[in-house]
Design a protein around this ligand. Structure first.
Ligand SMILES: NC(=O)c1ccc[n+]([C@@H]2O[C@H](COP(=O)([O-])OP(=O)(O)OC[C@H]3O[C@@H](n4cnc5c(N)ncnc54)[C@H](OP(=O)(O)O)[C@@H]3O)[C@@H](O)[C@H]2O)c1
Length: 258
């Protein structure tokens, strides 16, 4: 393909893997994150034309600058992937105002700024694809210490669904997708607010961790065949159905498998 794709949070983890996979498939890339040297390292692995933008996506002006620099470099944007995000390790009763604010800023407002920055460009062109990287925890809050993170991703799922329905009415050529990974082997757990170490899957967890490359392949595939939403982990759909079938039973069973 020869699309122009913006990826936020592209300096590491899933965003880095998405950039490398899309570059391998022939797309031109705009890579955004806060750490310039890490972005340059990722850009050097991408074989296609790449523009690096150092930006903090919790600031609306920075997100608008990503859009402006992308259009200046490539003339237009085909796909915008809101991937930057951050977790937390803190139970509900210990959450501070700052905890909640940061989770909303980095996981919800960042993507809202992205959607609002790029949607007018897509509407003008009548085509485009917005992809928001959420989490399985947005659907099934099975990890209580992720508390405000899961809540923020649930808000992101809702905003994504609402935007999709709005745009489908007036601009059917614009796609809006939410991606819900399960456990992925990045430094996400180590970067989480309040984290002291990485938190691996518990013993007996039905969800086998995925590599960032596996998630990137799924994201790259859905750019060719857009869908409303996707769980990247094969175990997630059945777990989500089981959860919504009977939340109380699910929670009792989860305690039992402790
Ligand atoms: N790993 C998992 O198990 C998992 C599971 C479900 C969903 N997810 C979601 O997948 C996405 C990527 O996570 P990951 O696992 O790749 O995490 P990661 O390895 O910690 O990478 C996070 C990326 O986001 C960037 N970022 C963080 N805050 C930012 C900010 N304010 N402005 C700009 N960039 C920012 C980081 O770059 P800089 O530090 O350079 O800014 C980095 O490139 C997140 O939305 C996460 O919630 C991850």
């Amino acid at each position: 393909m020869n699309r122009v794709v913006v990826v936020t949070g592209a300096s590491a983890g899933i965003g880095e893997a998405i950039a490398v996979e899309l570059g391998r498939r022939g797309d031109s890339l705009v890579l955004a994150a806060r750490t310039a040297d890490a972005l340059e390292r990722v850009a050097s692995q991408v074989g296609t034309r790449t523009q690096v933008v150092t930006a903090d996506v919790t600031r609306r002006a920075d997100v608008e600058r990503i859009r402006d620099e992308a259009i200046r470099a490539f003339g237009h944007v085909d796909v915008w992937i809101n991937n930057a995000g951050k977790g937390i390790v803190r139970p509900v009763l210990e959450l501070t105002d700052d905890d909640l604010d940061e989770m909303i800023d980095v996981n919800v407002k960042s993507a809202l700024y992205g959607m609002q920055a790029i949607a007018p460009h897509f509407m003008e062109r009548g085509t485009g694809h917005i992809v928001n990287i959420s989490s399985f925890l947005a659907r099934v809050p099975v990890a209580p210490p992720r508390s405000a993170y899961s809540a923020a991703k649930a808000a992101l799922n809702t905003l994504t669904a609402n935007l999709r329905v709005d745009l489908q009415r007036t601009h059917p050529g614009i796609h809006v997708t939410v991606v819900m990974p399960g456990l992925v082997t990045t430094d996400f757990a180590r970067h989480a607010r309040g984290s002291v170490s990485a938190t691996p899957a518990g013993p007996g967890s039905p969800m086998k961790p995925q590599t960032p490359g596996e998630v990137a392949t799924i994201v790259a595939d859905l750019l060719d065949r857009p869908v409303a939403e996707v769980y990247t982990n094969p175990a997630s759909r059945a777990l989500a159905s089981h959860y919504f079938d009977d939340v109380e039973r699910f929670e009792i069973e989860s305690r039992g498998s402790g």
